[in-house]
Design a protein around this ligand. Structure first.
Ligand code: PDD
Length: 289
């Protein structure tokens, strides 16, 4: 495996970061997770755009010139050939004497590595996955993809310890998102997901799925979702760059709908995969021309 650190491509054991790095001391940094299929990125531009937004929101100058992120990430993927991969990219404010307030001029730390995307479980279409619900104990700017993820870590751990794959979070009686995913609910004829705002991450998969379904005439809504609607949902789905579109068939040990992956999920996954393959091949054609 070859990773990227501050301008160099090198083995992970040679990649060293200062203990004074503000990412280590304060969680003062942001990240992205970008999927690729057979050596081609999926929605790279959208991920880079969100990365730049996160940097602006935490008041960090962008350390890469125009197209710098794209070339760095493409190079890293080339150096780590294989099947379906995700690239983890982290940018922190860099190393400085410990003080909560940050110096105005700092050299960012930029780190990236490649991981395999686990293939979907073979029995997914028959069984789906379990989730638990928990109170959302995170901060008021969950729209920033910050590396400070302690509440998410604790929520996911609790889910795993209870035999579930995800914790879906509730704030003031309303669904926000999962610890590491966005959440969709099928209720009657409508597909509903909570609206964008400071309470949730603007998921790239969420946006892509909404656009793909709407392009085929589906009734998709971005509306606040009270806990009662979540609990009486016909179907619940999770979306993320590494999970694509997962059907939740049990919530807090109770069956969702009929307790099996729903019919609507099956159709939505077809629409998603078709649109995904088209987007990947269009991006490839654009890169070559
Ligand atoms: N997490 N909400 C949260 C809190 C997330 O951490 C993620 C993704 C999402 C989905 O966003 P996207 O569709 O852009 O991946 C929503 C990544 C995969 C992670 O932390 O590993």
């Amino acid at each position: 495996m070859i990773v990227y650190l501050n301008g160099a491509f090198l083995p992970p054991e040679e990649a060293c970061i200062s203990p004074l790095d503000r990412g280590f001391l304060f969680g003062d940094g942001i990240y992205e997770v970008i999927p690729s299929y057979q050596g081609r990125f999926f929605l790279l531009d959208e991920h880079v755009e969100r990365l730049r937004r996160s940097l602006r929101e935490i008041r960090m100058p962008d350390p890469q010139p125009e197209q710098g992120w794209e070339s760095l990430l493409e190079r890293l993927l080339e150096l780590n050939p294989g099947g379906d991969r995700s690239v983890y990219l982290q940018v922190t404010r860099g190393a400085a004497p410990r003080d909560h307030a940050f110096p105005t001029r700092m050299a960012a730390t930029v780190f990236a590595m490649v991981s395999s995307i686990a293939p979907p479980l073979a029995d997914l279409p028959d069984r789906g996955v379990a989730a638990i619900s928990l109170p959302d104990q995170r901060w008021g700017r969950c729209d920033i993809k910050s590396v400070a993820l302690l509440p998410n870590v604790l929520a996911r751990q609790q889910a795993v310890e209870q035999g579930a794959v995800e914790a879906v979070l509730l704030r003031d009686g309303m669904l926000t998102e999962g610890a590491a995913s966005n959440v969709f609910v099928v209720h009657g004829d409508a597909v509903v997901t909570p609206p964008l705002g400071p309470e949730i991450l603007p998921g790239i998969t969420r946006r892509f799925l909404l656009d793909a379904l709407r392009a085929e005439g589906w009734d998709c809504r971005e509306e606040p979702l009270p806990e009662s609607v979540l609990r009486s949902a016909d179907e619940i789905w999770l979306t993320s760059s590494t999970k694509e579109l997962l059907p939740v068939t049990a919530l807090d040990r109770r069956p969702v709908g009929e307790g099996r992956p729903g019919r609507v999920w099956g159709h939505a996954l077809d629409v998603f995969r078709r649109a995904r393959d088209l987007a990947i091949s269009n991006a490839g054609t654009r890169a070559k021309s």
